[in-house]
Design a binder for this molecule. Sequence first.
Ligand SMILES: [Zn+2]
Ligand SMILES: [Zn+2]
Length: 259
Amino acid sequence: MIRTDLHMHTCFCDGKNTPEEMVLAAIDRGMECIGFSGHSHTPFDESWCMSESGTEEYRKEIRALKEKYRNRIVILCGIEQDFYSPQDTGGFDYVIGSVHYLKAGGEFIPVDESAEILKKAAVDYFDGDLCALAEEYYRTVSCVLEKTGADIIGHFDLITKFLETDAIPDIADPRYISAWKQAADRLIAAGRPFELNTGAISRGYRTSPYPGNPILEYILENGGKILLSSDSHSKDTIGFEFDRFEEFATEKTWIGEKT
Ligand SMILES: [Zn+2]
Ligand SMILES: [Zn+2]
């Protein structure tokens, strides 16, 4: 059984629980290693990220917990670095690189807030062509490792968050397929693991993880690495449905050696 979960949020950003509540829940669940991945500061949208001073507090708090619980669980202090965040990632144990925004017409468009926002952005900036918007998303994702210096690729196909409820984007469109394949090829070649992220299942948006099929199959067939993560925003979802997806995980434990 996989007992490592490196994608967890706390009340320092948009999570519900304190870091210590998360640690205790993880110990209860038999986890051996957990990593916190607070949202990096995004000055253009501070609604769900850590503040600059909050980031310092977060680091201190996790460092203290690392010591306090060192005989019971391995605790890492990471960061979920947004593509457009100016945050300095030095000093964190690891980085998850994630694209949460598209930049179009000088605006930052959140990818995972609502289907309406995506549809409106397609009209405003892509001549109503949602597939062109998705192409721009994957162009951005394809550069996520260079831009963020990430150890782990966060929710590769986040743009499909509303696929099951609003049928967007059209994942059968050959242009869409070509866009994700180009991004996947580039990232697979870099050798860093992709998350298999169960966060949208635990929060009720989807029945399948990121990345969904056929992307997950493609990554595995082409030698890409997969690491399970829960993207927990609450202590109740640490390691969420890891048993169900364990067979896909090529990385079973902490993938770095920076501890
Ligand atoms: Zn994210
Ligand atoms: Zn996250």
